[in-house]
Write a protein that binds this ligand. Structure first.
Ligand SMILES: [Zn+2]
Length: 319
């Protein structure tokens, strides 16, 4: 309760937080001042998840310490992770690509950093950042859909993300779009992720042509250059995503759909056919605006920082 002047219009200028977005490949970090939306001290480190759960935890701590060295006056930390996250208890319930199961991350970090720690889900935090500082601005009901190695979604209603009864809402990548399709790593069959993720596009092209080491971006370039197999796989990915988005639009009635992740970096070359394919599928539903995300791969980390600032506001300003 150090701010006697909390009633003044401006937030205290010295309030900074550190933020980490812990992913399977990279840990992204940065610092953010109160009222700012652009991360400072942005940095990324290799997660090297193959070393095991404990080693990744130690790396997260080392990254946080490095950020604190650059921003010693930071008053809180925000951390977001993938997978199944219980934001109420601060538990990383299951993050398969980090090897974490039931890790009490929030308490553990808070104890080791001696700071209040805000904890969240990477996609919901990314959506929060897009809502406040990116492509979701001015829109209370929107759907944030990052399409990268995997596919997820966060549905925002009245400005708040839906978490579900068990922290599992938004798993758009595991909506079945091809019931007789490929087996998915989740145990299902024909999930959206098996057709429309960057990993699926690359894998399907490799299987069809025998070319190895091709990325989804290469597949698009080949499609643009007249490779008909590449074009077909790319179109199938767009059509499958449109199928899943039509379901999501029917359920959530968003004003806007914000598509992010690696595939959306192709811009209108990806978004325009997706927009058309979605519109073709909708009948009575209001066709939402469909636009690209603005914060790129900083959305999750920016969202983590915003969660940390929210935590400070909740805990430091008397009700
Ligand atoms: Zn699945």
């Amino acid at each position: 309760m150090s701010h006697a002047d909390v009633d003044t219009a401006d937030p205290p200028p010295a309030t900074h937080v550190i933020a980490l977005d812990v992913g399977g490949t990279y840990i992204k970090g940065g610092t953010l001042g109160a009222g700012d939306t652009a991360l400072k001290n942005a940095e990324r480190w290799h997660t090297r998840a193959d070393r095991g759960a404990e080693a990744v935890l130690e790396t997260v701590l080392a990254c946080a310490a490095e950020l604190l060295e650059r921003c010693p006056d930071a008053r809180a930390a925000g951390v977001v992770v993938p997978g199944i996250v219980d934001e109420d208890t601060g538990l990383a319930v299951l993050a398969a690509n980090l090897g974490w199961r039931g890790v009490p991350l929030q308490d553990w970090l808070s104890e080791h950093l001696d700071l209040p720690v805000a904890f969240g889900h990477d996609v919901r935090a990314g959506g929060l950042a897009e809502a406040r500082a990116g492509a979701g601005r001015g829109c209370a009901d929107f759907l944030f859909v990052p399409v990268g190695t995997g596919i997820a979604a966060a549905a925002f209603s009245r400005g708040r993300p839906l978490t579900g009864g068990h922290g599992r809402a938004g798993e758009l990548g595991h909506v079945v779009v091809r019931p007789d399709g490929e087996r998915c790593h989740c145990g299902g069959r024909g999930c959206l992720e098996t057709v429309a993720s960057a990993a699926a596009v690359a894998r399907r092209y490799a299987r069809a042509t025998g070319w190895r080491g091709i990325t989804a971006r290469d597949v698009r370039h080949r499609a643009d250059a007249g490779d008909t197999v590449a074009a077909e796989i790319w179109t199938e990915a767009v059509e499958a995503l449109a199928d899943a988005l039509a379901t999501a639009v029917t359920l959530y009635d968003p004003e806007r759909v914000v598509v992010g992740g690696g595939l959306a970096r192709a811009g209108e070359a990806y978004l325009a056919p997706l927009r058309a394919a979605l519109a073709r599928r909708l009948t009575f539903q209001t066709v939402p605006e469909l636009t690209g995300a603005l914060l790129g791969d900083r959305a999750g980390c920016t969202g983590a920082a915003l969660l940390a600032h929210d935590l400070l506001l909740r805990t430091e300003v008397p009700a």
